[in-house]
Design a binder for this molecule. Structure first.
Ligand code: MEV
Length: 439
């Protein structure tokens, strides 16, 4: 084995990169090279496409692409694509979809689509003069960004507002241009960042030329220009509701008791951050799976959603439930900055399949589908938690992972699965049974 540092790694060929990794970190380099190569796509063009998404690609990393059918959203049927490694997420989504399709389906509303970016800068001088200068420079900001915004404007988007914000109470001489955008069907990160960088350079240039400024005031120092992944005004609501007695089903024998306990569980997540984080994690099981399948930026979504969950000063539940006048209602508001054009959406072949399966949605339609995936997942989790407990379903699905880990044969699988129809699944119980079958 070699030392673990290297100069010029990025300039090596893919094969040399793999060889270096294999020889530096593995005692069985040939096996590792073989495994890495097994994950290449035999179609060279397809492989090249994937290689070029990022730098230093050595192979592919598979995640399952599953689907959850029977989602009735605003009276339209959807089969939702989900890319996720966690067993039981797709099964739970499908079950919740079926359950609510028999009770009127999911309803959604777009509450806003506003995106945000900021130019953070330092200005040492008179605040009133700065305010006047920014007001007088508005047109120049719009004119100078026109080459970037004209196409977006044709699609109904563009820059909506450029606002000066005084942040000097937090950091001496710190101000922002807080810019709001409409980016229609694109997530808009590149568009927003390009606009902001142009606005920043207009800001600096116009400040130098501004005759009302002193020499010090002319020297505006731009610290950075970047979009915000916090989008509290780019929000979708998804909800389900029905008369409480309609909740009655094979596994809900007493609907009123079920609804009361469910509302109580959601209330706990609203007031107790330790529970809220896990509750929201369940929401994100559904959200992230569709975000990834549709080629969207799941880190951006995660960051924005959790900031939103803490917007009132304490981290809290994203979803809410009520039982009033005999009506059970469960809903969620989610900030989702998504795109259905641009980025990976026109590059990754499986993303194209996912979007086609969703009937080529607009960004706002995708927001609605994803919020529904989130509330469906949350419903399934809280329903299990407040009735059977989560482990029953989880361990049944996890059984397959354990069987794979122990390379169970088909015959062993049939026997083990039949056994655990009637017994509680645990890792040790599965191993014990496999060992006894193999004796
Ligand atoms: C597991 O991935 C998600 C849950 O923990 C969510 C929840 O507790 O609500 C089951």
């Amino acid at each position: 084995m070699k030392a673990g540092n290297i100069n010029g790694f990025s300039k090596l060929s893919k094969r040399d990169k793999i060889n270096w990794i294999a020889q530096t970190y593995f005692s069985n380099p040939e096996d590792v090279v073989e495994l890495i190569e097994q994950y290449w796509n035999s179609d060279e063009e397809l492989q090249k496409l994937h290689d070029e998404f990022i730098e230093n690609t050595i192979t592919n990393f598979y995640l399952p692409f599953g689907v959850a059918p029977n989602f009735l959203i605003n009276d339209k049927w959807y089969t939702i694509p989900m890319v996720i490694e966690e067993s039981s997420v797709v099964a739970a989504a499908s079950k919740a979809a079926k359950f609510w399709s028999e009770r009127g389906g999911f309803k959604t509303t777009i509450l806003g689509t506003e995106k945000i970016g900021q130019v953070h800068f330092i200005y040492k001088g008179d605040k009133q003069k700065l305010e006047e200068f920014i007001a007088n420079t508005q047109q120049a900001f719009l004119d100078d960004t026109f080459s970037i915004t004209q196409n977006m404007q044709k699609r109904g988007g563009g820059i909506q507002k450029i606002e000066l914000r005084d942040k000097t109470a937090d950091i001496p001489n710190y101000y922002q241009l807080h810019v709001t955008f409409e980016t229609v069907d694109s997530m808009g990160a590149n568009f927003i960042n390009s606009c902001l960088e142009q606005i920043a350079s207009t800001l600096k240039a116009k400040a130098i030329a501004n005759i009302t400024f002193t020499e010090e005031e002319k020297q505006i120092d731009v610290v950075m220009s970047i979009l915000s992944n916090y989008v509290p005004n780019c929000v979708v609501r998804a909800e389900v509701s029905c008369p409480v007695e309609d909740l009655k089903s094979a596994d809900i024998k007493d609907p009123i008791l079920f609804a009361e306990k469910f509302v109580q569980a959601v209330r706990i997540a609203e007031v107790e951050p330790f529970r809220a984080v896990t509750h929201n994690k369940g929401v994100m099981n559904g959200v992230d799976a569709v975000v990834v399948a549709t080629g969207n930026d799941f880190r951006a979504i995660e960051a924005g959603v959790h900031a939103y969950a803490a917007r009132n000063g304490q981290y809290s539940s994203l979803s809410h439930a009520s039982l009033e006048n005999g009506i059970f209602k469960f809903w969620i508001d989610l900030p989702l900055a998504l795109g259905t054009v641009g980025g990976l959406t026109s590059l990754h072949p499986m993303v194209k399949v996912a979007l086609q399966m969703l009937q080529k949605p607009s960004a706002t339609e995708l927001m609605q589908v994803i919020a529904v995936a989130g509330i469906a997942q949350n419903f399934a989790a809280v329903k299990s938690l407040t009735t059977t407990g989560i482990q029953q379903g989880h361990m049944k699905m996890h059984l397959m992972n354990i069987l794979n880990q122990f390379k169970a044969t088909d015959a062993e699988r049939v026997k083990v699965v039949a056994h655990f129809e009637k017994h509680v699944v645990s890792h040790s119980a599965v191993v014990e049974l496999l060992e006894s079958l193999r004796k």
